[in-house]
Design a protein around this ligand. Structure first.
Ligand code: B16
Ligand code: MG
Length: 215
């Protein structure tokens, strides 16, 4: 692996914990349809696109509906989700994130966001993080979901850095696979058991620094 010249960050689970708001909105939808949705169920939605998340939820409830109804439900969930993230503040940025971003800037490492979320821009604004990124690739710019490498390859292209000089930070298995498919250096954020395919795993960005980036 060559020298790292750019870092690409997943959003939910790496930079902020928006999974808790996704959970509240999906749970509300499930309850409205008469079934429960547990925190364990929510784990299955990490890094998964909105429509794929809905399919998983409907499967749990044993519910079969038309494509049109699916789009209506996804929109309803997203409106609730947007209400929740509307209250986010910079205090919700995960520990160590801003310190690590500062270190990267000092070392002239380019930075991109690589998220599946169509709400990424507004989350970055609410948490005052937009200004850190040289490129923002989110669910509004991609056609393919992770583990397809599209999101990270677009990020590298927008930064003008070859994939082999990019490092990806990801909390979801599908995201790790996407980074590997993009031929990038991959750092898992979370549990080493779940993220065993990553080149290295850290518990959070509070445990990251330049020395660990260029091993
Ligand atoms: P939206 P990430 C992902 O964000 C979330 O982990 C996943 O739970 C969500 O379904 C997906 O974004 C789409 O989000 O409904 O806002 O478009 O981890 O890729 O930053
Ligand atoms: Mg994530």
């Amino acid at each position: 692996m060559g020298t790292i010249r750019a870092c690409i960050f997943d959003l939910d689970g790496v930079v902020v914990d928006t999974a808790k708001y996704h959970y509240l909105a999906w749970k509300r939808l499930a309850q409205e349809m008469g079934f429960d949705f547990t925190p364990e169920d929510n784990e299955k939605l990490k890094g998964v696109s909105r429509m794929d998340s809905l399919s998983i939820l409907l499967n749990i409830g044993g519910i079969k509906i038309s494509e049109e109804e699916k789009h209506q439900l996804a929109e309803k969930k997203n409106n609730w989700y947007k209400e929740y993230i509307d209250t986010m503040t910079p205090e919700e940025v995960l520990p160590g994130v801003v310190n690590f971003f500062e270190e990267l800037k000092l070392n002239h490492i380019k930075m991109a966001l690589g998220s599946a979320s169509k709400n990424a821009q507004s989350i970055l604004e609410k948490t005052n993080l937009s200004h850190w990124f040289d490129a923002i690739i989110d669910g509004t710019k991609t056609q393919e979901a992770k583990p397809n490498p599209e999101v990270f390859l677009l990020g590298a292209r927008e930064l003008g850095i070859e994939p082999k000089h990019c490092a990806v930070f990801e909390d979801a298995e599908a995201g790790i696979q996407a980074a590997l498919n993009a031929n990038m250096y991959c750092i898992g954020v979370g549990s080493p058991q779940v993220l065993s395919k990553a080149h290295q795993v850290i518990p959070g960005l509070f445990d990251m620094n330049m020395a660990k980036l260029n091993v």
